[in-house]
Design a binder for this molecule. Structure first.
Ligand SMILES: *[C@@H]1O[C@H](CO)[C@@H](O)[C@H](O)[C@H]1NC(C)=O
Ligand SMILES: *[C@@H]1O[C@H](CO)[C@@H](O)[C@H](O)[C@H]1NC(C)=O
Ligand SMILES: *[C@@H]1O[C@H](CO)[C@@H](O)[C@H](O)[C@H]1NC(C)=O
Ligand SMILES: *[C@@H]1O[C@H](CO)[C@@H](O)[C@H](O)[C@H]1NC(C)=O
Ligand SMILES: *[C@@H]1O[C@H](CO)[C@@H](O)[C@H](O)[C@H]1NC(C)=O
Length: 416
């Protein structure tokens, strides 16, 4: 028998490892605090009380669970790209439910008016030429992007806000998962939550310690409140940055706050066929996608009558292998995609599998999402159809039960 567990049903709701995370955050907080002290004592000598954590301005400092109305989205686009990016935002934005604004560099022209109610409200960024540091800025547009946080805070629409979530106009958020994940953290403390890039080169060029803006990142209320009075000072310190994300990471780092990684955030600095990556996903909820607009997750199964392996990416694709593979193997993405830039390996921030072009036991049958429907009660049924024939003989170690002979479509039943 196989040595890994058989799944009779799939649970789409991911569970968190509270204990280990708690321990981690405790250590992180202690670490952040030591850095903070170091900074205060050695570098700045500012009065200590400026760094104290403050509670949100509203009366709501209760332990009530975090919900969608506690998140303020700070989406930054431009008038030039709006036409093409609007569908990305509207795919996840919920009218009258999600809170936030899309920040633009110029007022939208007549052709975009009246502004659709299905999009977030637009705001035009402040004129930065009035800033003393303006002539020194290497990339004023990136400073504009970062300052959108400050400008959002200054709107004073901060009642009950626990998180400021930054995104580009082509970032797709999975809002319910985001609510669930942010709910794990104490918004009154200082948190900077994001993920770096899949591409080693991008992280090397910018920073391994930076939450990439396209993937999106979240700042706790406590942190934004502390940053708000310091953002312009910080910009004066770093007029030479060419990217808003590195400015953000640096300004937070100067307050003693380092990046907390959440694996469900995806910058997607990849090109080509990313189905290999989409068919694997770390065991944490999918939070964002960037540079494309599909969804993925990862759930391995073992076939009941045959020794096949199933790697299901609900919302996107399913891979069926005619032999048994352990989860540790299946969770490595198939390297079907190309690097972001034409550079020499190592390329990615994760390990990959080469697509098995010759091995009938290792080459998956690929299925893609056809429909999602709700079954009885809590049941969710997703159906997949074959993309194309695999063009391999059956995998013989398993008695020649070719999936190709029997399977045209496959259905997955999932329970919450
Ligand atoms: C979110 O929680 C607050 C309490 O903190 C509550 O007043 C509000 O109605 C909730 N909103 C939603 C959309 O559930
Ligand atoms: C959103 O709120 C506005 C103003 O209250 C209302 O006219 C509109 O119908 C609402 N839209 C939805 C989808 O509920
Ligand atoms: C599956 O593999 C096990 C162990 O290798 C073997 O005993 C069993 O006969 C196989 N089942 C099928 C249907 O091939
Ligand atoms: C699978 O089929 C091949 C060719 O048809 C045959 O040589 C082989 O013995 C078969 N394997 C099993 C396990 O039945
Ligand atoms: C597979 O799904 C397609 C599209 O839903 C349907 O037209 C077709 O009849 C199905 N095939 C089988 C064998 O169930």
């Amino acid at each position: 028998m196989s040595s890994w567990p058989t799944f009779n049903s799939i649970s789409l709701k991911q569970k968190f490892h509270h204990l280990s995370l708690e321990t981690l955050y405790k250590s992180l907080t202690i670490f952040a605090l030591s850095i903070c002290l170091f900074y205060i004592l050695i570098l700045y000598n500012e009065p200590f009380n400026q760094f104290e954590h403050k509670s949100p301005s509203s009366s709501d400092v209760t332990d009530s669970p975090t919900n969608i109305s506690h998140i303020m989205f700070v989406l930054v686009g431009s008038t030039r790209t709006w036409k093409f990016r609007r569908p990305y935002i509207e795919s996840w934005w919920r009218e009258n439910i999600t809170r936030g604004n899309i920040w633009l560099d110029f007022a939208p022209p007549q052709e975009f008016l009246p502004w659709p109610s299905t999009s977030p409200r637009f705001r035009v960024n402040e004129d930065m030429t009035k800033l003393k540091v303006y002539p020194k800025l290497v990339s004023p547009n990136d400073v504009r992007i970062y300052r959108s946080i400050l400008e959002t805070f200054k709107l004073r629409d901060n009642k009950d806000v626990r998180w400021y979530v930054m995104g580009d106009d082509d970032t797709v958020f999975f809002v319910d998962n985001l609510v669930e994940v942010l709910g794990k953290y104490d918004h009154t403390k200082y948190y900077y939550i994001g993920t770096n890039s899949e591409s080693i080169k991008s992280n090397f060029d910018f920073s391994f310690e930076m939450g990439f803006g396209g993937g999106g990142y979240a700042l706790s209320y406590g942190l934004v409140e502390a940053l708000a009075t310091r953002i312009d000072d910080c910009i004066e310190r770093y007029p030479y940055f060419r990217v808003s994300d590195i400015l953000s990471a640096s300004c937070s780092a100067d307050l003693g706050v380092d990046l907390t990684i959440e694996k469900g955030i995806h910058q997607i600095d990849l090109r080509g066929d990313i189905s290999g990556l989409l068919s694997s996903h770390p065991g944490s909820p999918l939070l964002t996608l960037h540079h494309f607009d599909t969804v993925n997750s990862y759930l391995p199964l073992q076939g009941p009558q045959t020794n096949w392996s199933f790697s299901i990416s609900w919302g996107y694709s399913a891979h069926i292998y005619e032999s048994l593979f352990p989860r540790s193997f299946l969770k490595k993405p198939l390297e079907t995609f190309r690097p972001w830039k034409d550079v020499r390996p190592p390329l990615y921030m994760f390990n990959t599998r080469w697509p098995p072009y010759v091995d009938p036991c290792g080459a998956p049958h690929q299925f893609f999402l056809e429909t999602v429907s709700s079954g009885d009660g809590e049941e969710v049924v997703t159906s997949y159809t074959r993309s194309s024939a695999r063009n391999f003989p059956p995998c013989s170690v398993n008695g020649n039960h070719s999936a190709g002979c029997h399977l045209q479509n496959s259905s997955v039943f999932a329970f919450n």
